[in-house]
Design a protein. Structure first.
Length: 533
């Protein structure tokens, strides 16, 4: 499936009596501005007074709190509390064939990563996920000097995907020198080891030119299971509605009270009982109710198990940029960025209750259960099963490769107006492969198990329509770990998909001070952008 769209964005003229701001990239001792990178608005004025709230995060401070990488540090800020990290869940980025959710997707105010616009030096970054969001692991982190976060909606200026704000990674484009980074780490619990190696350089070339580059490799073994640390063993969960009358509460030993690992019967003559062991019926303990429907504290309900807090992550990135000053007022630049980010070898993080319809006469039903169904003249019942014994057989590998190129010209007009025009072409290919995924069509066919005229247990479809599901193997879902190897082979299937994103972006802008007003300069900005994705 291919999708193409062309979007033209024409920014209006902004006239403001009060000075707006974009932070100065560098300033000398006297305070004169050498260059300005625009984040809050398109108008280039220096200072910290902005009409839109901006959070400035210098990399030096981010590294003090989180030396591993910049995205991990940003995720500690409260406005990014809903961001998707390398755990592989669908928070913000989504899941399924239309999305790839490997890596770090910044999500302002937990309204979805697709609603947060990612910029590099004020220019749009090509998307890496199927829904248009950007994995910020693909950016040249070694050359980033600060991160500006516009924490208010900026769609009118930057485009429709800046609904909740903008995150601008500002590079040190005039870096000079050579630095080598080697970092090895492990948590104080003896897990989640990580390693980083990087080289960064910059030098003047051809008298008026400047070249910078960076290359970095990072890997983290991840934290694979919730049960691996004593502090997570009670399985804490958040319950409540988050209102004044029913605030959020941290609850220990949380369970899903409407399901069980071996299967909970929810209706009919067997309601309120669960299957344990080899398929024996037993009373179900629903635990202590909480303020969240379907969630209890303690009891026999199901809960997430063997889920990664963070998945193993590996990322490689190479970046190069060349800028040349044609004269004192005009400069041209071009840059190339390549990255590859992937996770692999971790269990499925998504486990949920499976409502399974069980028909009377199922060959695996214990005699007392079948007798109760017969006495009540019940044709079937629903079994809610939390299938940790089969869902944990799945492993996932995801790999995202991104390449983007930007070239542009910028300068000064009449010593008072700043202008820039640039073109960006980007491509990102995301590939996902899951081993031992569950084929639900085969699962439902295998679940309907009966005895043939010879007394052997077979799939009902084998008798009624042999050609419909050839090779069907009956499966026993009453109690845990009762499935045969043949049945598991039948319901498991390797699945894969890939998403290719392409973007072409052409943009131009000009801004400056028109006149000096009573409360400061009257500034204007005009910008045009044409984007095809």
């Amino acid at each position: 499936m291919r999708m193409k769209s062309a979007v033209a964005l024409l920014g209006g003229v902004s006239a403001m009596a009060l000075a707006t701001s974009a932070l100065a990239q560098t300033a000398d001792a006297a305070g004169s501005v050498e260059s300005v990178v625009v984040t809050a608005t398109r108008i280039q004025t220096n200072g910290y007074t902005t009409p839109t709230p901006v959070t400035v995060a210098p990399v030096a401070q981010l590294q003090q709190t989180t030396p591993s990488n910049i995205p991990d540090a940003l995720n500690k800020l409260p406005q990014f509390s809903g961001s998707t990290q390398a755990a592989g869940n669908g928070n913000g980025a989504g899941s399924g064939p239309s999305n790839i959710f490997t890596g770090n997707f910044l999500n302002l105010r937990n309204m979805g990563a697709i609603r947060t616009l990612i910029l590099l030096d004020g220019r749009r970054v090509p998307s890496t996920a199927g829904n248009g969001s950007v994995d910020v692991n693909t950016l040249p982190q070694a050359l980033v000097q600060r991160v500006d976060v516009v924490t208010g909606g900026a769609s009118a200026v930057y485009g429709s995907d800046a609904v909740t704000g903008v995150v601008n990674f500002v590079l040190d484009t005039h870096y000079t020198g050579l630095k080598l980074v080697v970092q090895d780490g492990i948590s104080d619990r003896g897990d989640a080891p990580s390693f980083k190696f990087g080289v960064t350089g910059g030098t003047k070339v051809f008298d008026r030119g400047h070249f910078i580059f960076s290359a970095e490799h990072y890997q983290n073994a991840g934290l694979k299971t919730l049960e691996s640390r004593p502090s997570t063993a009670p399985f804490y969960g958040i319950t409540g509605a988050g209102t004044a009358a029913d605030p959020f509460t941290l609850t220990a030993n949380t369970r899903v009270s409407t399901t069980a690992f071996g299967g909970l019967v929810t209706a009919g003559p067997l309601a309120g009982q669960q299957f344990v062991g080899t398929g024996t019926l037993a009373p179900f303990n629903a635990g202590t109710p909480t303020h969240t429907v379907g969630v209890s504290s303690g009891g026999d309900g199901g809960y997430l198990i063997n889920a990664p807090l963070t998945a193993p992550l590996r990322s490689d990135q190479v970046f190069g940029r060349f800028e040349y000053e044609f004269d004192t007022n005009t400069a041209g630049f071009m840059q190339l960025n390549w990255s590859e980010s992937g996770i692999s070898n971790f269990h499925r993080s998504t486990q949920s209750s499976l409502p399974l319809t069980i028909f009377s006469g199922n060959a695996y039903l214990p005699a007392n259960a079948q007798a109760a169904l017969t006495a009540a003249n019940a044709a079937s019942f629903v079994l809610n099963r939390y299938p940790r014994d089969i869902s944990l057989g799945s492993s996932l590998t995801q790999l995202t490769t991104a390449l983007d190129f930007t070239a542009g010209v910028k300068g000064k007009l009449l010593d008072k107006y700043s202008w820039e025009t640039y073109y960006t072409h980007g491509e990102a290919r995301a590939r996902s492969r899951r081993n031992n995924n569950i084929n639900f069509v085969n699962l439902y066919a295998a679940l309907d198990a009966v005895r043939d005229p010879s007394g052997n247990i077979v799939c009902r479809v084998t008798l009624t329509n042999p050609g419909l599901y050839p090779g069907c193997q009956p499966i026993n879902m009453f109690g845990q770990y009762n499935e045969s190897a043949q049945a598991l082979d039948y319901i498991y299937q390797d699945t894969n998909f890939q998403v290719l994103n392409k973007m072409e972006d052409f943009a131009g802008s000009i801004s400056g001070d028109v006149i000096e007003g009573w409360a400061g300069p009257l500034s204007v900005a005009l910008n045009f952008e044409y984007r095809r994705q």
